[in-house]
Design a protein around this ligand. Structure first.
Ligand SMILES: [Zn+2]
Length: 174
């Protein structure tokens, strides 16, 4: 799970997927990331997910499940007091039905209209190479390797930001 603006990976935003994508694989890291974000006092969170239109329907019910709640009662209360918006990235939205374009489009949403929402997908391209090299590792070694790769990605994002801004300025002056 990563930031839609910077592409940086969130701490506690990873999960091992076994046997294909299921909502539960997204519930677990998202609840952790939301818990961390709520501590920052942020009042509006926009979640970009290629199946947000379906995933969001029972989200609150799933994280409140009595047998295994994914967030504390206090965090769930906080979550209901903020604005949590579910949107579908622009490229993916084209493949959805027309109703989704009305309800889950970045284009019609305040303060994020020009965001494509696809950054969360594109940063996986650099991580795909790790799939084969980590496949046969033990759990701990695999986790350490993936964490290290994501920390490196975040480090490169943070330290390379000035270069991007400089290039942007050079282009804009030409
Ligand atoms: Zn849809």
């Amino acid at each position: 799970m990563s930031c839609g603006r910077t592409g940086a990976f969130f701490p506690r935003g990873m999960v091992d997927i076994k046997g294909g994508e299921q909502f539960v694989y997204f519930d677990f890291p998202l609840s952790h990331v939301l818990s961390d974000i709520l501590k920052q006092g942020i009042k509006r969170i926009v979640v970009s997910y290629d199946i947000a239109c379906k995933y969001s329907i029972h989200f609150h019910k799933r994280i409140e499940a009595r047998e295994w709640p994914l967030m504390s009662r206090q965090e769930r209360k906080q979550l209901k007091q903020i604005t949590l918006q579910w949107l579908v990235p622009k490229f993916h939205l084209a493949a959805h039905i027309a109703v989704c374009a009305d309800k889950f489009s970045f284009n019609w949403t305040t303060n994020v209209g020009r965001t494509c929402g696809e950054l969360v997908e594109s940063n996986w391209a650099t991580m795909n190479g790790l799939a084969t090299s980590t496949r046969e590792m033990g759990y701990g070694h695999r986790k350490d390797t993936l964490t290290d790769a994501m920390n490196f990605w975040n480090f490169k994002k943070a330290t390379g930001e000035g270069n991007v801004t400089l290039i942007g300025r050079v282009i804009s002056f030409n």
